[in-house]
Design a protein around this ligand. Structure first.
Ligand code: ADP
Ligand code: MG
Length: 703
């Protein structure tokens, strides 16, 4: 056994053909050992057992592999100044084809007359040159190959194609992997238990390595290209499984820590909650609350994620939980991602608890001077029941007495770090993380895999559906007419402009000009106001308050209204340059309307032509208002890294798995990991995961 593992940890530079230069290039790409090499999947496969004949190539086909002899090669000057094309004429028994590589004159050193070459590409019609394989991938055969490997490795079979790493060409990597596989010990250790493999019908590790890199003749090219062969699934599953075991262990460790205060519930507390409740909670809200309160009564701290679409009513659930804490003489802290939101929550919460004996306070970065000193003193002395704030709440110098429950709103912007900070301060309160951007289940299992999850998948009753349309800017006039009708009917509207850091000045100017234009030229009789992030806090508040009281008809704004604002009479959301917004941002913006009894509209004005991604985003918006569906689409379009943001958000570094592509495998891995840990001690596996988890998944810096 030890021998086998030793082989996997052999540095790649000890393999034949890997000199210092290649070793360095490989290292930069994260490939240091044989194990790293074997866990690097080919990015595609070519069927070189069945080459296409040159005569069979035709326009409009997918890329094909052909093989032939170079019968002519030269550099051609074009009419464009300094622009040269390298072209080769390649012949097989059926005919000839021209292959062209623009601006790659140096290929003349390699693609010489008489050499045999594999080309992979599409036949196209291009000027200059006419019908050609344009910029195909190429691989030379013969000469530098070891004679015995030629037939076996590079042609006559389904071959793996790797991404080039510096000086390490795909073909060299293929030989390298082959050499490594030849020396792979038969008794290779397998981190996955044999019963599990049998149950899931997956091959053992050594076999999987073989088949991923050198698929048997019978393998399906379609399955290979989509990473769905048993061998590929097996290695992806292994990665996910080890990851989930680690998450579950972390959760188990957290559960083993007793929290200092365990609240109770009783009739008096239930009455207290009822008095505060302004409406009848939905079934989904009651269920979520039930799960939260059950957690609070457990001896270890709660770590729960509450997911619910915009407007699904998460806040009241959090506040009912807060009552349980406060009635147990425990402090409740509510953390919002921005000052504006913290202030809004503070005002709402203050109103809600106005008739109660609970003392509600606000602590943000702008709380200063005596007010701040006094508040800090009262927090430390336990004289406050509920504190709303920003990340300022977990900053240095803030001490709490009997901190019982912390709610972190909008997990996407922060959460993981805040939880770690609380722990670092020696605090172990119950923590509820809330997000209005639904996270696809797979990602929730990954990024929040050590959290329990509650979901509110139901909106409060009486909500009107929102009609969403995407329109090119040429339909602006029609859009303005529609807006006019709505305002004349007594409704209100948002017009949103993108504002990004890099072009903030220009963006702000555009929003300002549009506000002027709408106010003076288009709707002189309507009340139009501008709202943007550079305005002073009290100016912003004035605008928002006036809008909420119906004293403003149209708010022209940069994205500061993205979350939180709640004005039921607003029924129109117009987004300018919708193509510049991310999908979840658009969804958040749309959530500002459709909150009252009137039908609502979201109009996405965009420039044309649209990029493919932008088109996908707008289409998703038009097709569905379900935040969970939107989230899945967003994940497909953006990929998981972008979706959750920084590494600190808890995204693991993955070698073979892809969260967007392999989500069902992650779910399987979760289920099997839970089952395995529930069954028994699994000491060897647990030791393996404990020893390597953080570094393996690049999560060392997140507690
Ligand atoms: P979010 O989940 O986006 O934070 P909020 O908590 O802000 O949603 O709730 C959105 C709106 O719906 C608020 O005006 C809130 O008062 C209202 N609301 C929440 N729950 C209910 C309910 N059960 N019945 C009626 N209105 C509700
Ligand atoms: Mg909210």
């Amino acid at each position: 056994m030890a021998g086998a593992e030793d082989f996997l940890s052999t540095p790649l530079q000890f393999l034949k053909g890997v000199g210092p230069r290649r070793a360095a290039d490989l290292r930069r790409a994260g490939l240091v050992t044989v194990e790293d090499l074997l866990y690097r999947f080919p990015f595609r496969y070519e069927d070189r057992a069945h080459f296409a004949s040159i005569a069979s190539l035709s326009l409009g086909q997918e890329a094909r592999s052909i093989v032939g002899e170079i019968v002519d090669a030269n550099v051609r000057w074009t009419r464009r100044k300094g622009f040269k094309v390298f072209e080769a004429l390649v012949r097989d028994s059926s005919g000839c084809v021209r292959a062209c590589w623009p601006n790659q004159v140096y290929l003349g050193d390699k693609l010489k007359r008489g050499r045999h070459v594999v080309l992979y590409g599409k036949l196209e019609f291009r000027r200059p040159g006419g019908l050609q394989l344009s910029n195909p991938d190429y691989e030379l055969l013969g000469e530098d190959d070891e004679a015995d490997e030629v037939g076996r490795l590079h042609t006559g079979r389904i071959v793996p194609v790797y991404e080039k790493i510096g000086s390490v060409w795909p073909k060299f990597q293929r030989s390298l992997v082959h050499r490594a596989l030849e020396r792979l010990p038969a008794d290779l250790d397998d981190p996955l238990p044999a019963e599990l493999l049998a149950k899931l019908d997956l091959p053992a590790r050594g076999e999987a390595f073989e088949q991923v890199h050198f698929p048997p003749e019978s393998a399906s090219l379609d399955l290979l290209q989509t990473f769905r062969t048993p061998a590929q699934k097996r290695l992806i599953f292994e990665e996910f499984f080890l990851f989930q075991i680690g998450l579950l262990l972390r959760k188990r460790d957290a559960d083993a820590e007793r929290k200092p205060f365990v609240p109770v519930t009783n009739q008096r507390i239930r009455e207290s909650a009822k008095r505060v409740l302004p409406f009848k909670p939905t079934k989904a809200q009651r269920e979520a609350l039930g799960q939260i309160v059950a957690d609070m009564k457990k001896p270890h701290a709660m770590n729960r994620l509450l997911q619910g679409d915009v407007g699904s009513g998460k806040t009241i659930v959090a506040l009912l939980a807060a009552i349980v804490a406060m009635e147990n003489i425990l402090l409740f802290a509510f953390m919002a991602p921005t000052e504006i939101l913290a202030e809004q929550h503070f005002l709402n919460i203050q109103r809600l608890f106005a008739a109660s004996h609970f003392r509600v306070e606000l602590l943000t970065g702008t709380t200063a001077g005596t007010a701040r000193r006094e508040l800090l003193r009262d927090l430390a002395a336990g004289r406050v029941h509920l504190v709303v704030g920003t990340h300022a709440l977990v900053q240095q110098g803030v001490e709490f007495r009997r901190l019982g429950l912390v709610v972190i709103d909008e997990q996407h912007r922060f959460g993981v770090i805040q939880r770690a900070t609380l722990r670092a301060k020696g605090l172990h309160p119950d923590v509820l993380v809330m997000t209005a951007t639904p996270i696809p289940r797979t990602l929730a299992l990954t990024v929040h895999g050590d959290l329990d999850v509650s979901v509110i998948r139901e909106l409060p009753p009486g909500r009107q559906p929102i009609t969403t349309t995407a329109r090119p800017e040429s339909r602006r006039d029609e859009t303005c007419e529609f807006l006019r009708k709505e305002i004349e009917a007594g409704r209100q509207a948002y017009v949103i402009y993108p504002l990004i850091e890099e072009s903030a000045k220009i963006d702000l100017k555009a929003a300002t000009e549009m506000a002027d234009h709408l106010a003076h030229d288009v709707f002189p009789s309507f009340r139009v106001a501008l709202l943007h992030g550079r305005m002073k806090q009290d100016a912003k508040d004035r605008v928002m308050r006036a809008f909420a009281h119906g004293k403003i008809d149209i708010i022209v704004s940069t994205t500061v209204v993205e979350v939180g604002i709640d004005v039921p009479n607003a029924t129109v959301m117009i987004v300018e340059h919708a193509e510049r917004f991310g999908l979840s941002q658009l969804h958040q913006l749309r959530g500002r309307v459709g909150r009252g009894r009137h039908a609502s509209y979201c109009i996405l004005l965009h420039q044309s032509p649209l990029s493919e991604d932008a088109r996908g985003r707008l289409q998703a918006m038009v097709e569905t208002t379900d935040g969970f569906v939107i989230a899945e689409r967003d994940l497909q379009i953006r990929g998981p890294g972008d979706f959750v943001g920084t590494r600190q958000s808890g995204m693991p570094t993955l070698r073979v798995g892809d969260l967007a592509r392999d989500h069902t495998l992650m779910e399987d891995a979760r289920r099997e990991a839970e089952a395995l840990l529930a069954r028994g001690p699994a000491e060897r596996l647990v030791a393996l995961v404990r020893g390597t988890w953080a570094t393996r998944f690049g999560l060392a810096d997140v507690g």
